[in-house]
Design a protein around this ligand. Structure first.
Ligand SMILES: [Zn+2]
Length: 358
């Protein structure tokens, strides 16, 4: 809205689009939007995510594909008629064993997780006629994840063959890895520096300090760069010490070295279709674990609201620079072209619709 007002007031030509992006945690909305090509027309995309520090984010993330396998067998008395039963639970177990052997023969960065979502019932004396397993296949590059997924599908086929059961595959969602853009990161950093960081009242700081006493790791060093660069880690330590409380009320230095996040985000799919960059704004105390109740406890506080508003300011100010300084955008686009030569492989099939796992 700020950028729109700026464009109108200064009569600057340009278009700003605010995308509603539901289901960011597990729904992969931006990836479904990417499947339908919604990001290709943009000169640049800017976004933010809550975190424990104020920083410009960099680096790649894992691609991830979620698929649920529903096996169907034949129920029978496990003692009286075992020859007439076909166990769907056996199929799930054999599939898991097969995937276990696959793990030795995949890339180091790949990860395969599973959860048995239906074990077929509570009666050992009934051959289980149904069983389901939900798989997450992660690999650093989306094209690799798609290939790895095909190998997991073959194992499901093998398990069905061995147990004389059948299975149906339900595609849940898919996310690409993230393509970094250093040029955009620099524009975000400059604006973050100029605008500073949200400040907190004594009351808010006391709340954050109390919260930080409830989880291990509250002395962890903030910032993605701290995991990769010793000098950077020392700078982060000095800033933490100076802050003297649990909220990181400072901007971390710009880090543009190698970085990799084993988790996954649907920002990845956007980053394959247009130059994309992200910031973190301190929304909870230092070291607060992701997806924890302590995260949630900051969401509707003034700490959370300040972070959201401040993120909007930094993103808007950076967008204004991009709209008024074409050279910045050209640099970002040139870098985007270099980094996306391989092209976007969409992990989402053409006919898939967003669903929730059973
Ligand atoms: Zn998230």
């Amino acid at each position: 809205m700020g950028v729109k007002a700026f464009l109108e007031a200064t009569k600057t030509p340009g278009t700003v689009v605010l995308y509603g992006c539901p289901g960011e945690e597990g729904g992969a909305a931006k990836a479904f939007m990417a499947r339908d090509g919604l990001w290709y027309g943009l000169d640049a995309a800017l976004t933010w995510h809550p975190n424990d520090a104020n920083e410009v984010l960099t680096g790649s993330s894992n691609s991830c594909i979620q698929t649920q396998y529903h096996f169907t067998g034949v129920a029978a008395h496990a003692a009286g008629d075992p020859d007439r039963g076909r166990s769907a639970l056996d199929a799930v177990e054999l599939m898991n064993v097969g995937v276990q052997f696959l793990r030795e023969h995949m890339s180091d960065k790949a990860r395969i997780h599973y959860a048995i979502t239906d074990a077929g019932g509570r009666s050992p004396n009934v051959v289980q006629p149904r069983a389901s397993v939900l798989y997450m296949v992660r690999s650093n590059h989306v094209a690799e994840a798609v290939e790895l997924q095909k190998r997991v599908d073959k194992i499901a086929e093998g398990a069905a063959l061995m147990t004389e059961t059948t299975f149906e595959k339900k595609f849940i969602d898919g996310l690409a890895d993230t393509v970094t853009n250093h040029a955009l990161e620099r524009v975000l950093y400059q604006n973050f520096q100029e605008l500073g960081v949200p400040s907190h009242t004594t009351e808010e700081l006391a709340y954050a300090d109390q919260l930080s006493a409830t989880y291990p790791g509250n002395d962890r060093l903030p910032g993605v760069g701290s995991q990769y660069d010793l000098d950077y880690a020392e700078q982060a330590r000095a800033l933490r010490t100076k802050a003297g409380h649990a909220m990181n009320d400072f901007l971390l230095p710009l880090y543009q070295g190698d970085a990799f996040e084993p988790g996954s985000t649907d920002v990845g799919d956007v980053s394959w279709q247009c130059p994309t960059a992200q910031i973190h704004v301190a929304t909870w105390p230092n070291g607060c674990p992701g997806h924890s109740w302590q995260n949630v406890s900051c969401g509707r506080t003034d700490i959370g609201h300040k972070a959201a508003l401040h993120a909007g300011k930094v993103l808007a100010a950076a967008a204004m620079d991009l709209l008024t300084q074409p050279a910045l955008l050209e640099e970002a686009k040139a870098e985007f072209q270099r980094r996306t030569v391989a092209g976007y492989t969409c992990p989402i099939p053409a006919d898939a619709v967003p669903v929730v796992a059973d």
